[in-house]
Design a protein around this ligand. Structure first.
Ligand code: GUN
Length: 286
């Protein structure tokens, strides 16, 4: 079975639109997400456009601020500080990656953790690992929602995550652990990776290499979640990290690229924006 992130996210966004429609009467306004895009990398432009479109569907106010690639770091940090102070702003997202002269860690820690809709702020990350209330990072949160919607029982399963990034690999491993899976974190340097991945009942791949996961690496009946977003070197088309045609017949469920994890990431960003809005409206500290 192919898990459509597109369909699931459409359903969840419709539910959120219904929820948000009641906010003007209840709170006097709708949630407001500010997205900052530095430079004009085509992939980042496309992600930011997707975030604006989803905001429109859900009824969230979206402001996209575009800055030139050579913006000084200090100017970007000042902009973030202004938005932190702005009471009409509920969520702040700076699209990554940033140009090399800007320190990503500095940018992330400057965003107020109460407005950190990405869940990247060190205090949000610490809260996640300490099982405290926090904003969950969008892609890992979306992956857990997809597994649950597909009826995959996570509890008691052997999960293997390939990739150990702060954005996907590490937090998705933590969320699977919190759902009582037994989790192995593997990576491109893992010795005899196929023997590790063949143990997986749930396999999450976030490595950024087209066709990295081949059929011999997947056990019969595994749930396969493909987080990769790559260009197929031969066709130029968007593709994941999994050789979909070869792996799909073995998997019990599998996510496609495009139309799998990507739409769920944006859907969870909408959810996080509403969560930050409600926390601020109701003076709940994250
Ligand atoms: N670049 C790729 N994915 C993401 C994301 O989830 N958030 C931000 N801010 N930048 C990204």
């Amino acid at each position: 079975m192919i898990i459509s992130g597109k369909e699931l996210s459409a359903k969840l966004k419709a539910e959120m639109a219904h929820q948000v429609a009641a906010f003007p009467q209840k709170y006097g306004r709708v949630p407001h997400l500010v997205v900052i895009l530095v430079g004009d990398d085509p992939a980042s432009v496309s992600y930011v456009t997707g975030k604006a479109k989803a905001s429109e569907v859900v009824g969230i106010r979206n402001t996209t601020i575009r800055k030139p690639a050579d913006i000084p770091e200090a100017e970007l940090l000042d902009l973030i500080r202004q938005l932190n102070e702005d009471d009409t702003v509920d969520g702040i997202l700076v699209q990554l990656p940033l140009p090399e002269h800007i320190r990503e860690a500095k940018v992330i820690e400057t965003i107020s953790e109460a407005k950190d809709v990405d869940g990247f702020h060190p205090l949000n990350v610490a809260a996640l690992w300490q099982k405290q209330p926090c904003v969950l990072p969008c892609t890992p949160k979306g992956i857990i929602k997809m597994l649950k919607a597909a009826g995959v029982e996570i509890k008691g399963k052997r999960a293997v995550v390939i990739g150990r990034s702060n954005i996907v690999g590490l937090p998705v491993a933590k969320l699977l652990l919190d759902e009582n899976a037994t989790v192995t974190i593997a990576h491109s340097k893992t010795v005899d990776l196929p023997s590790v991945t063949r143990q997986a009942e749930i396999l999450v791949v976030a490595i950024g290499k087209p066709g990295f996961v081949t059929a011999d690496m997947v056990s019969e009946g595994a749930a396969v979640i493909d987080v990769g977003v790559n260009r197929n070197p031969a066709t130029g088309k968007l593709c994941g990290d999994v050789d979909f045609a070869a792996v799909e017949p073995k998997a019990s469920v599998i996510t496609p690229v495009p139309g799998g994890v990507g739409p769920m990431t944006i859907c969870c960003l909408m959810e996080n924006t509403i969560e930050c809005f409600l926390n601020r409206q109701e003076n709940r500290l994250v």
